[in-house]
Ligand binder design. Structure first.
Ligand code: AMP
Ligand code: GLY
Length: 418
């Protein structure tokens, strides 16, 4: 089979690694891929957001199956376009991807179908948003409606911060069209859990739970990022909570999307908060999380491509989806300055980090140039270790990180520490 993978981060690296293991696979192309993915796939310089480019590449390369991993091409309808050309895909169609690309859509869905989430109000006018914020008890949460590369959310501790966030979204248009409409939400409290789930619209199978570390610095300080590290499973997510989530959140979400005529097929990401009143949805994503995928997929024992093809063909109930016991700890190595501005193009020395058994060095923002591995993004590497328990996985991940160097490398030292 010829496989096409859209995207070029750590998530696409881990997906490619496990897809490459399937004996049916003869060739993998990645658009655009990265330095690590090139070990398993031919990387072609077509952006993940160039939908015309992707469709014409697929049409001329006899692609049997495509995996659309990032949010932007899903929101732009890459799956609809590829399927229309006869290319089978893993990933939701545009109408279903709206569960992530419009937070207002997701909120209205949850309200209509009684799925627990934070209270909210929608604003399209700056003045009205400001007066509402002025009358609210802080903390409150300000969110851009559309996609904002994980940076569209501010948890405002006081009115000043709320005002700055509203002005930045609505007046300064920091997130372009994505921030023309905003939500102001009630601030929930409690441990956060990510659950990724395979679903074909009929069956939903949650993967091992995980815990992202979104803030930039140790002790959960600093600005939100795309994610600085992950552990899996999430120690707060008990079997009782998992049952409650299935009954009150996961199954109702799939049913709600079907009722709306937007059947969701792919990986649905549930960002949950375990509040004193029970689990509530913070956000949905229409794809694997990054770096959650780098911690969760190495624990999967079943064949990833077989599961993805079963999702596409709506026969998920017929395939095994098994995860091993044990734990993952994934530490992100970032460029100095991330999530703000940063420089790229520095040589990366991986040392012997990749040779430690149980450790994977997934490439997030790297490129190969003239045989040299260089930094090319804010999040550069996602170093994951799998072991029988979390403390061992943690020790192995940090041992590996200690062997890696590049100019300005920065990472959190408290991933998985309690
Ligand atoms: P999101 O991009 O929606 O995942 O939001 C980023 C982060 O902001 C989440 O992981 C939470 O830590 C925080 N957050 C978002 N919404 C809320 C909320 N309603 N209450 C408390 N924290 C929130
Ligand atoms: N790590 C959070 C996300 O992928 O959205």
């Amino acid at each position: 089979m010829n496989i096409l993978i859209i995207g070029g981060g750590g998530r696409e690296h881990v997906i490619t690694k496990y897809i490459a293991r399937n004996p049916k696979v003869s060739k993998i192309y990645a658009l655009p891929g990265n330095g690590g993915i090139s070990q398993f796939a031919e990387c072609v310089k077509i952006s993940a957001e160039d939908i015309d480019g992707i469709v014409s590449f697929a049409a001329t390369h006899a692609i049997d199956f495509a995996i659309v991993a990032p949010d932007d091409p899903l929101a732009m309808g890459a799956v609809d376009r590829l399927e229309a050309e006869g290319v089978k895909c893993f990933g939701p169609e545009k109408s279903a991807a709206q569960i992530e690309s419009s937070k207002v859509f997701a909120k209205e869905l949850m309200t209509k179908y009684g799925i627990p989430t934070a209270g909210y109000k929608v604003f399209t006018e700056t003045d009205k948003a400001l007066s509402y914020a002025a009358l609210s008890d802080c903390p409150i949460v300000i969110k851009a409606d559309g996609l904002a590369k994980g940076k569209g959310v501010t948890v405002a501790e006081n009115f000043q911060q709320a005002r700055d966030a509203i002005m930045s979204c609505m007046r300064d248009k920091s997130f372009g069209k994505s921030g023309e409409r905003i939500l102001i939400e009630e601030c929930l409290t409690g441990p956060e859990v990510t659950v990724l789930a395979f679903t074909d619209g009929k069956t939903i199978i949650p993967m091992v739970s995980s815990m992202d570390h979104k803030r930039a610095y140790d002790g959960n300080k600093g600005p939100n990022t795309g994610g600085m590290g992950v552990i899996a499973p999430n120690p707060h997510y008990t079997p009782e909570i998992a049952n409650e989530c299935m009954t009150r959140i996961f199954a109702p979400t799939i049913a709600a999307m079907n009722s709306e005529g937007r059947t969701f097929k792919g990986c649905l990401y549930f960002g949950l908060m375990l509040t004193p009143e029970g689990p509530k949805v913070i956000e949905y994503n229409c794809r694997f999380g990054d770096p959650e995928a780098e911690a969760v997929l190495p624990l999967m024992e079943s064949d990833l491509l077989d599961v993805m093809m079963a999702v596409r063909d709506e026969r998920l109930a017929e395939v095994p989806v098994k995860f091993r016991e044990g734990a993952s700890c994934c530490v992100v190595c970032a460029s100095s300055g991330y999530p703000g501005s940063y420089l790229t193009g520095y040589p990366i020395d991986l040392g012997d980090a990749g040779n430690i058994p149980g450790v994977d060095v997934f490439h997030a923002g790297t490129k190969l140039e003239g045989g040299r591995l260089l930094t090319s993004g804010g999040r550069v590497l996602a170093v994951n270790a799998v072991a029988d328990d979390l403390p061992t996985a943690r020790e192995m991940a940090y041992d590996a990180v200690g062997r890696i160097t590049f100019e300005g490398m920065r990472y959190r030292s408290d991933i998985g520490a309690f």
